[in-house]
Ligand binder design. Structure first.
Ligand code: FAD
Length: 394
């Protein structure tokens, strides 16, 4: 526990010093901080939970939650860098990659020499992954990829795209296949969205694949195994989204406490009113409940025991709680004074993004009901998820 607190203090100090000073302007102007990813790489954040033998720091899943909570506390855009690059792609390569793929990609990702992203969603296909349209046609001993991916994080920065395409749409989930595709491969192009509501300090956009030829070394996992790859990667991704949401709720709580103490230092004015106190108390509860749920899921991940139910519950509850906490904080702030409403407005829109990314609340609601009713069983994948001991291995 002490070790996690020390890690939190270290990440927080870095975030306050390097990331926080410019975040409000970046969000307002809808641009990324070009120094952020290199600075995070220099701190080892991009290889935080990759094994030391691949150049990572070897921290366990609970430490990964600590990293994402502290980054989310600064801004969700910074947490998403770790979510996408490390949790969705780096850990997936560790779990599903061949030894060649692991030893080539992981040291580069850990050092931040290459930035990775996860390309699953399509313009008409989000929650219903089985309906995926992007195609992979066998050609010689490789494949030709065609299709479009939407809402892809780190779209401007990524060098490596973990792309999901189907070899046979009629086979739905069983046709989905994963590929590692590098930027610069002819036919792959990207466009960044402008004018998003949340995560405005991070790039998000579309990836177009037009007759993109890849060799068989780009195949990631077996042909037809892409759905299992995507779901296990999302298990780690949504865990870090939930952890980031704890940070968002904490930031909203910290900011409203600071504001209330400033306008009412002795607690004799508006901060004493019941409607304010009720909201502040609910925010405290949201932060602590969500953090416990996330760390429970992290403890299961550390041991390598099935955790889809607990991780999904933690993500769903933490992101909804953060969204509510941000609404409460903004409501207090707006009621008690004129603009500017930074950071409340920024946190609120970021929190909404987290509710969607990594499975919407409606999808998680259905999954929780499925678990409770016994209709949903967790399948153990061909390649088991790395445990804390695997992450620490030298
Ligand atoms: C900030 C941000 C970053 C993202 N980054 C990435 C990324 O890096 N890579 C990537 O691949 N994707 C990314 N996404 C996409 C994200 O994963 C999808 O937006 C999400 O899965 C939902 O898909 P959708 O937007 O197509 O909505 P849909 O699936 O079309 O859903 C629309 C609405 O219908 C509801 N709904 C859908 N199905 C059901 C059902 N069966 N029962 C009840 N309600 C249902 C949903 O809850 C939602 O409210 C990102 C999204 C955001 C907002």
């Amino acid at each position: 526990m002490e070790e996690y607190q020390e890690l939190a203090a270290r990440v927080r100090a870095f975030g306050e010093r390097v990331l926080a000073p410019t975040i409000a302007a970046e969000f307002r102007e809808g641009r990324s901080n070009a120094q952020a990813i290199p600075a995070m790489a220099a701190e080892g954040f991009l290889g935080w939970s990759l094994p030391p033998r691949y150049g990572g720091l070897g921290y366990d899943y609970r430490a990964l939650a600590v990293l994402c909570e502290e980054l989310g506390r600064i801004d969700t855009a910074h947490q998403i860098t770790v979510t996408v690059h490390l949790a969705l792609v780096g850990l997936a390569i560790l779990q599903w990659g061949t030894e060649e793929q692991r030893s080539y990609w992981l040291p580069r990702l850990a050092r931040g020499e290459r930035i990775a992203t996860f390309a699953l969603t399509e313009p008409g296909v989000g929650s219903d992954v089985g309906s995926l349209i992007a195609s992979a046609r066998r050609c010689g001993d490789g494949y030709v990829l065609n299709g479009e991916k939407a809402w892809i994080s780190l779209v401007d920065e990524a060098d490596l795209f973990l792309v999901f395409a189907t070899v046979d749409r009629s086979r739905r989930h069983h046709g989905i296949t994963a590929f590692l595709v590098e930027r610069g491969t002819p036919g792959l192009s990207t466009t960044c969205y402008r004018g998003k509501l949340g995560i405005r300090a991070g790039s998000t956009g579309s990836v177009v694949l037009q007759d993109v030829r890849v060799g068989k070394d780009a195949l990631f996992g077996h042909e037809g195994e892409g759905f299992a790859v995507a779901m296990s990667a999302l298990g780690n991704g949504l865990y870090t989204v939930g952890a980031g949401a704890v940070g968002v709720a904490q930031a909203a709580l910290d900011a409203i406490v600071t504001f209330l103490r400033e306008i009412d230092p002795h607690g004799t004015g508006p901060a004493r009113s019941q409607w304010v106190q009720q909201r502040v108390a609910n925010m405290v509860c949201a932060v602590e409940r969500s953090r416990l749920l996330i760390h429970r899921a992290g403890a299961l991940k550390n041991k390598g025991v099935p955790n889809a139910r607990e991780t999904g519950l933690a993500k769903w509850q933490a992101t909804e709680a953060a969204y509510q906490a941000c609404r409460d904080a903004l409501e207090i702030r707006e009621t008690l004074g004129p603009p500017p409403y930074e950071p409340f407005e920024r946190l609120l829109w970021n929190a909404k993004g987290s509710v969607i990314f990594g499975g919407t609340s409606q999808i998680h609601t259905g999954m929780q009901a499925g678990h409770a009713l016994g209709y949903r069983q967790e399948r153990i994948p061909r390649c088991p998820a790395p445990t804390a001991a695997d992450l620490a291995s030298r």
